[in-house]
Design a protein around this ligand. Structure first.
Ligand SMILES: Nc1nc2c(ncn2[C@@H]2O[C@H](COP(=O)(O)OP(=O)(O)O)[C@@H](O)[C@H]2O)c(=O)[nH]1
Ligand SMILES: [Mg+2]
Length: 223
């Protein structure tokens, strides 16, 4: 419990045995529930996560968005915190995010990786892609968003029924933010977090996922 709120942390993982171990070892004790959604990792992700106290849920259909939707269905906390299993997002900043979330009285708080402080954490290509997609989101939805592709968010579980989450892949990250941004019943906020280099192998395909995400932004806007 964090200040009377039950906390669920959800982590989608595909072959992240190194990262998930570090994350779970650093998980703050006030977190009530940690859900790792595994899509058939072929390494020791599932056993490591279970041994370190996470609830491991198996999702058979591949995909980042698919994994999150499965995790959401199992979550019981009042507030949900998300992050990647690659140890690139700051586990130590969960209390900072929760504190900001409560202080700002928002329903959805996005952790922005910008400005990037550790230049090794994001390649030039990824930086340009992330900023271009964030700019496109801002222009299409008339709302300034610094990092539409961030994987670390805090939100009230009670807003889930207000959002229409269709994407099963990497575009899920921007979709959930768009759904939060454009809904007048959901207060959206964003604060900066420290992003660092990932452990293990990247699952994102920059060109394919980048253009797919741009297409989704446009489609959702004009539908
Ligand atoms: N369960 C599950 N997790 C996935 C899948 N694809 C990616 N992930 C996880 O989602 C997170 C984000 O992927 P990552 O490769 O770090 O992409 P990036 O952070 O956008 O560069 C990582 O924890 C991955 O292990 C998938 O198909 N299923
Ligand atoms: Mg990552």
């Amino acid at each position: 419990m964090y200040k009377d709120h039950r906390i669920t942390v959800i982590i989608p993982c595909l072959n992240e045995q190194q990262g998930i171990e570090l994350i779970l070892r650093r998980m703050p004790s006030y977190v009530d529930e940690v859900i790792v959604v595994d899509n058939g990792s072929t390494d020791h992700t599932a056993t490591v996560a279970a041994a370190l106290g996470a609830q491991v849920i198996r999702e058979d259909v591949r995909g980042y968005g698919r994994a999150y939707k499965r995790g959401f269905a199992h979550a019981t906390g009042d507030l949900i915190v998300t992050l990647d299993g690659d140890h690139s997002y700051p586990v130590d900043a969960i209390s900072y995010l929760l504190e900001a979330f409560l202080h700002l009285r928002v329903d959805f708080l996005n952790g922005s990786r910008f400005p990037v402080r550790d230049s090794r954490s994001m390649s030039f290509k990824h930086k340009v892609g992330n900023l271009a997609l964030s700019l496109a989101t801002s222009l299409l939805y008339f709302r300034w968003v610094r990092d539409s592709q961030s994987g670390m968010w805090v939100f009230r579980r009670s807003i889930l029924p207000l959002m229409n989450l269709e994407s099963d892949g990497m575009a899920f990250s921007e979709e959930i933010k768009i759904e939060a941004l454009k809904n007048p019943r959901i207060q959206f906020g964003e604060i900066s977090i420290l992003y660092s280099s990932r452990l293990g192998e990247i699952k994102l395909n920059p060109w394919r996922d980048g253009f797919h995400n741009l297409w989704l932004l446009i489609q959702k806007r004009f539908r």
